[in-house]
Design a protein around this ligand. Structure first.
Ligand code: ATP
Ligand code: MG
Length: 476
């Protein structure tokens, strides 16, 4: 695919071959690229035509064009236009206005959402940070004390829109009227060279929006591209700016970073660029400290969890976001659990306390909605319940809605070197056995030499001796 792209780039540059320096946009006609209407979402095409019909310019932009040229299936389709959000909203009854920081319109077709935004002009420069900007169609922009763009609603032309996008390969526009691709920042050449290059001055662009550093890493992990030297250079030093990003936004970014099917590579890159500690501070501190136990090697465990998730995603299976979060935080839970127990707390309350503490610390960095934290707690809790299989317990556990996730989690622990006496294999057999076999499996636990979990022996009741004086029992 990329070989084809190289010739496309040669063609593109030859179209503009002139004694002058490269002129943008480079326009690639339909005959010279492989993107056809068949590759596009019919709903996105409908949106483009409707906008065109109403007299507006409209293009497909961003990931869908980039991914198609690279040979990856596009995940979603983003449309950009010179219509304002209100004008877009008026055109589509199936739409809603969303966002404050970045106002745009969602047009919904059943489960598919086409995101439609208005051409943006680059946001205010630092020296005019607090002054509202005058612009083509009004609206405003604002920055925080750290120079982070809080609102970015200054509308502009397509050229300006291209300039304020993050990376060159994300500033490619597809025009459905003549099926041409418009390249404003050299994105085609960068795709051909497998380069991630930020548009404009890297420091300034990260200052405006530190999440762009995470996006650079995400694309490096997902596409296997190299980050251009100037784009990469300021990341380590500016990573701390992530502290000023709302935890809810970072939560979404983490899901995309680690849930793209390239989690291992992305994890290494995040650590290499000093970004990981702003996403998972406790986990990073624990990894750096080198803390280990005979039954837990934190890094091996996390890598095993990511490998499992990557494999699932690469084979078209789904993964639950809470599972990944449960993996990333498990070493911290184990460490805190040990600490609370060493202070004399019994095992179960110590586990609950440890889970609460780890989750409380984590939400300061990345939010974790309750619909995720509850199943995370259940997965952790079940790691201590899965060894206790006697009597009816195994059947009760098997019926637990979180059984499958907890079992997968247990296998990851074993694969990463935790010795659990064949517990994973036992549960594997138990799940698929018939009732008789299941009973045999439960009996087999009892027969094990050092089994501490067998039935509790009942203490014989003390008979009341009617004539003897009764001993007083202390109140419990
Ligand atoms: P994918 O959808 O595969 O995750 P994408 O590049 O489409 O990748 P989106 O978050 O859907 O990512 O954004 C769509 C487009 O909006 C991007 O291609 C880019 O042009 C622009 N964009 C997104 N986030 C930023 C940002 N933080 N700064 C500048 N431009 C951005
Ligand atoms: Mg996208």
């Amino acid at each position: 695919m990329l070989t084809g792209l190289k010739s496309l780039v040669r063609k593109a540059t030859s179209i503009f071959a002139s004694p002058k320096a490269q002129t943008y946009p480079i326009i690639i006609p339909r005959s010279d690229h492989s993107l056809s209407r068949q590759n596009l979402s019919p709903n996105a095409v409908k949106v483009l035509y409707r906008l065109n019909k109403a007299g507006f310019d409209a293009y497909l932009v961003g990931g869908c064009i980039r991914d198609h040229l690279i040979g990856v299936d596009a995940k979603d389709f983003d449309v950009v236009t010179n219509a304002t959000p209100e004008e877009i909203h008026d055109l589509f009854s199936n739409s809603r206005l969303i966002g404050r920081r970045f106002r745009l319109v969602h047009v919904t077709f059943g489960r598919e959402i086409i995101e439609v935004s208005t051409f943006r002009a680059p946001s205010a420069q630092e020296d005019s940070a607090s002054k509202p900007q005058e612009s083509l169609k009004g609206k405003d922009s604002a920055r925080s004390a750290h120079g982070i763009v809080l609102r970015d609603n200054v509308y502009g032309s397509i050229e300006e829109d291209a300039e304020r996008r993050d990376f060159t390969f994300n500033a490619l526009y597809y025009n459905v009227q003549d099926f041409s691709i418009h390249d404003y920042c050299g994105g085609l050449e960068d795709i051909a060279n497998k380069k991630i290059r930020i548009i404009g001055d890297a420091r300034q662009r990260y200052q405006e929006d530190p999440v762009r550093m995470l996006r650079a890493i995400r694309f490096a992990g997902k596409l296997g591209f190299d980050i251009d030297e100037e784009t990469a250079a300021p990341i380590k030093e500016m990573a701390h700016l992530l502290d000023h990003i709302p935890p809810a936004r970072l939560f979404e970014e983490v899901l995309k970073l680690l849930g793209s099917g390239n989690g291992i590579k992305t994890f290494h890159l995040l650590r290499q660029y000093g970004l990981f500690k702003y996403l998972f501070p406790d986990t990073e501190a624990l990894l750096v400290s080198g803390w280990k136990r005979d039954d837990l090697n934190p890094e091996a465990f996390i890598l095993q969890g990511l490998e499992n998730t990557d494999k699932r995603l690469q084979t078209g299976k789904t993964t639950a976001p809470y599972f990944l979060y449960a993996v990333m935080l498990w070493p911290s839970v184990v460490l805190r659990h040990e600490e609370f127990q060493s202070q004399g707390m019994p095992a179960t309350p110590a586990l609950h306390q440890a889970a609460s503490m780890v989750l409380d610390n984590q939400v300061a960095s990345t939010a974790i909605p309750r619909r995720f934290s509850t199943p995370m707690r259940e997965i952790w809790d079940m790691q201590f319940r899965l060894p206790k299989r006697y009597g009816k317990r195994a059947f009760v556990l098997l019926d637990h809605p979180r059984f499958r996730a907890a079992f997968d989690f247990l296998l990851i622990r074993e694969l990463s070197g935790t010795e659990l006496g064949g517990l994973g294999a036992w549960w594997e057999s138990f799940q698929f056995a018939n009732e008789n076999e299941q009973r045999e499996l439960i009996k087999s636990i009892d027969l094990r030499a050092n089994d501490k979990e067998g039935p509790k022996k009942r203490r014989p009741r003390r008979r009341k001796k009617s004539n003897a004086p009764q001993r007083e029992t202390p109140e419990e």
